[in-house]
Design a protein around this ligand. Structure first.
Ligand code: PEP
Ligand code: MG
Length: 836
């Protein structure tokens, strides 16, 4: 009977253990047992039984009696379907009572036996009998007697002596804990369903106390930050579960860690562990951490868990498993979370540059950054608001510091280890971080930092090298992010997997270089108005906007033309024949106008006009709804000379760049279209400019004219718009804004409330809204392809770099997405995953 409450299944190589019923831990132990690793006798209790126990059924102790065997002690551990769903804390040493205590005393000595019994009484009192934890902290020679007496006083019952009854109570308490609201919230945060099943594993305990080499340890075979092969771990001699025995000492595993090492004291045990590790990696197809116990020189493998890893390590582990033939490359691609790739793209200190090392700590989060020292989160936030890079230096960090960490370029703490708050948060943020830099003395009052003989003050510049754990004085030379071999390999596999294409949104030569480095398949959006935000270009743009006679406008356009030609030539050269999509001006005019008196006066000065003229013109140009006003193609239709100038710059650059390098086929894109006639008008003029340039330059070239679909009407009318277009590119930023009637620039005010109350599942500007905006995209794609089956269709809004949105684009039959250059690797991986 499957639902027999008394059924605890012994885990054997051929027994029926499945993950859905018994949980990941039970399944993993079965695999270790099949590998013939020395796993102590283990039993799986299925989630059906655990649920019945939680609902009040009691496991009859008689049914559990057979479990006690050997040492007479067992542990109980949670076994949910997924390890990250957690579970109630492990309970150790179940089974100890007066009789076993007496036997243990003969075998391992009174003190050790006391330690084991005490540890169980305390944990049972607190976790099972739910007595006050403050009362059960006894220590010293009479501690055991005292704890037993206190237990009796508090419960009016003697400490339970029947091992099976103890176990039955432990099972009940763990089953109940899993049903509690806290546990439910915690696992839901990790993506578990509210009523996720829980299995339990009961395992005989090997004694890690007593004569000969005894103790408990963990071993893993890769570096959790970089993912490179390296044996690390700890061995705690004479530590048994929560009980610390006589002569306890901690050893490193290898002598590389510069301390007494198990590798030296027990070379055969070390060699066996390494052998087990290699076998486990192959059979479990994963990098594992192994938990083991040594009893008088004999090893027991008690558990194995997936090694916790940073994002760099995650990539390297997946790639090396595939390179070793343990998993196929497609699986390596599927194992890496696309977002994690963003963390790999950090700066590093140039190894060739001089290094003025002032302190060392633990390399907690990779990457390097230079900034001015601040000692508090508040100071970090005000540095950020001044536009200053800062490094947050703290004794250790607490949750209140998170905002300060967000505002910093790096974090340095005096205390803590690889899993301390600062380390975990910094890795999550992709922020270079060093923890446990013990040589530091921080004086938060005086706002100084003493390191050896040096004293640094708030505002002094330092460099954090989170990859080496070194703190450097001053600003070190930084190299752009290292694209190491594992990263490159993964990206190559992503390219082989196919899927939709990925281009970059790039406005500057630097953007284009980054796009090339990340193997973007071209530029999908060059926002030409962004080429005029720099202080030396802004006046030319303003002049053009301000011109109120055709003559003045021509003069200012003549000034802009060579700048644009130069801009485009450079982009074409960098992209070396890859497609480059240039969007004609889409300037929200208000962004280029001065907003205050000071700005107006400066403009009047630079244009040599009376202030009153400038003020009047600004007023005349101002709009109530600039984002729905004279933007995009509306400007192009109203003042055709602007687009004509841009078309000329593009074509002249095409001729120049093609002469020097690969032939260029520019793609020209019209923004904010809502009617087919707009496209016709612009196309006629652009064709005319092309003819003129061909004629003047006595050379031929081709180009492609496309349309941005970013108004709902353009999506609905995509059928007739497609007739005049070589490609369509969905501008999902504006399309989202206009579909929801939600201002891109103002939605932040209530977005938190809206998402918090579940009005929107997510911010639709981050994750594409499949139901609404998505339907417009599907409609647009279908209507465009009905008219012109071969038309190229892309998405170039911010959603182009978002993995969930990319999956949607894939399903919608989009040919490529275009996103900011640093998101290209993320998008390439997400695209490959959609195709697998
Ligand atoms: C868009 O609207 O999605 C788009 C790409 O254009 P921009 O963000 O420049 O308005
Ligand atoms: Mg737009």
């Amino acid at each position: 009977n499957m639902h027999d409450i008394s059924e605890a299944t012994q885990i054997t190589p051929s027994g029926r253990i499945d993950r859905a019923r018994h949980g990941w831990r039970a399944k993993c132990l079965q695999r270790l047992i099949r590998m013939e690793l020395p796993v102590p006798r283990s039993f799986a209790i299925s989630s059906d039984i655990v649920r019945m126990i939680a609902q009040g059924r009691r496991v009859p102790p008689d049914a559990l009696r057979d479990i006690f065997h050997g040492s007479g002690l067992v542990s109980v551990r949670p076994s949910a379907v997924m390890p990250e769903w957690g579970g109630p804390g492990t309970v150790l040493n179940v089974g100890i009572n007066d009789a076993l205590h007496a036997r243990l005393t003969d075998h391992i000595g009174r003190e050790n036996a006391d330690a084991v019994y005490l540890s169980f009484v305390q944990s049972y009192a607190i976790h099972i009998a739910r007595l006050d934890p403050d009362m059960f902290t006894q220590d010293g020679p009479d501690a055991l007697a005292e704890a037993l007496r206190l237990y009796r006083d508090q419960t009016d019952e003697a400490f339970p002596q029947d091992p099976a009854e103890q176990l039955s109570e432990v099972l009940r308490s763990m089953a109940r804990a899993w049903d509690g609201p806290t546990a439910r919230l915690l696992r839901q945060a990790k993506g578990a369903p509210a009523h996720a099943p829980l299995g339990l594993v009961v395992q005989e305990m090997a004694l890690a106390l007593g004569p000969g080499l005894c103790g408990t340890g963990t071993i893993q075979f890769i570096d959790p930050v970089t993912g490179t092969p390296r044996v690390t771990g700890r061995f705690r001699g004479q530590h048994h579960g929560g009980a610390v025995g006589q002569g306890a000492e901690t050893l490193y595993l290898t002598r590389d860690d510069r301390g007494p090492a198990l590798e030296d004291t027990a070379p055969e045990i070390f060699a066996d562990l390494v052998r087990f590790g290699i076998a486990a990696r192959e059979r479990l197809r994963e990098e594992m951490q192994i938990e083991f116990v040594v009893t008088g020189g004999r090893i027991s493998v008690i558990d194995a868990t997936r090694v916790a890893r940073g994002s760099r390590a995650g990539v390297r582990i997946a790639v090396s498993l595939a390179r070793d033939g343990i998993i196929p490359p497609e699986e390596a691609l599927m194992r890496v979370e696309p977002r994690a790739l963003a963390d790999l793209l950090h700066h590093q200190v140039d190894p060739r540059a001089p290094r003025d090392v002032i302190a060392r700590g633990i390399d907690a989060s990779p990457g390097a950054a230079t900034g001015r020292i601040v000692f508090s989160a508040t100071a970090a936030q005000s540095a950020q608001s001044r536009g200053e890079a800062c490094v947050l230096v703290r004794r250790e960090t607490v949750p209140e510091d998170i905002r300060g960490m967000h505002a910093s370029v790096g974090v340095l703490t005096e205390r803590g280890g690889t899993t301390s708050h600062a380390a975990v948060i910094a890795r999550g943020l992709g922020l270079p971080c060093i923890v446990g830099a013990t040589g530091l003395t921080i004086d938060p009052r005086a706002r100084t930092l003493r390191i050896g003989t040096r004293t640094l003050a708030e505002g002094d510049e330092i460099t954090i090298d989170g990859s080496s754990g070194e703190v450097l004085a001053g600003a070190a030379t930084l190299l752009p992010p290292a694209l190491d071999d594992a990263f490159t390999q993964l990206m190559d596999w992503a390219a082989e997997a196919g899927g939709l294409g990925v281009r970059a949104n790039a406005d500057t030569p630097e953007d284009a270089e980054t796009a090339r480095r990340f193997q973007a398949q071209g530029i999908g959006l060059c926002r030409t108005e962004h080429m005029f935000f720099d202080a030396d270009r802004l006046p030319a743009m303003r002049e053009m906007i301000f011109a109120d006679t055709p003559e003045d406008r021509r003069l200012s356009l003549d000034r802009i033309l060579p700048m644009q030609r130069q801009d485009f030539t450079r982009l074409f050269e960098i992209m070396a024949g890859l497609p480059v999509t240039i969007r004609l001006f889409d300037p929200p005019l208000h962004e280029f106008l001065p907003h205050d008196r000071e700005g107006l006066r400066e403009l009047a000065e630079s244009m040599d006009l009376p202030l009153s003229d400038v003020t009047r013109r600004v007023e005349a140009l101002s709009e109530f709804n600039p984002m729905l006003g004279m933007r995009g193609v509306r400007l192009g239709i109203t003042i055709p000379e602007i687009y004509e100038m841009q078309a000329r710059a593009i074509f002249e650059a095409t001729v120049d760049a093609s002469r020097r390098g690969a032939p260029v086929v520019p793609e020209i894109m019209i923004p904010l279209v809502s009617a087919m006639r707009e496209v016709e008008l612009v196309k006629t003029r652009v064709d005319a400019v092309a003819a003129a340039v061909r004629n003047e330059r006595r050379t031929d070239f081709t180009y492609r004219l496309g349309v941005m679909v970013e108004t709902p009407r353009a999506a609905l009318r995509a059928g007739d718009i497609a007739a005049h277009s070589a490609f369509l590119s969905f501008g999902t930023n504006d399309l989202t804004q206009m579909t929801y009637g939600l201002s891109r620039d103002d939605a932040g005010r209530f977005m938190g409330t809206y998402v918090g109350q579940g009005v929107y599942a997510e911010d639709p500007f981050h994750v594409l809204d499949r139901d609404g905006v998505g339907e417009l995209i599907l409609t647009g794609v279908q209507r465009a392809r009905e008219t012109k089956p071969g038309i190229t269709i892309s998405v170039c809004g911010e959603h182009g770099g978002n993995p969930e949105s990319i999956a949607f684009c894939h399903d919608a039959g989009v040919d490529y997405v275009s996103c900011s250059p640093f998101r290209v690797p993320v998008a390439r991986l997400a695209a490959a995953q959609s195709a697998i």
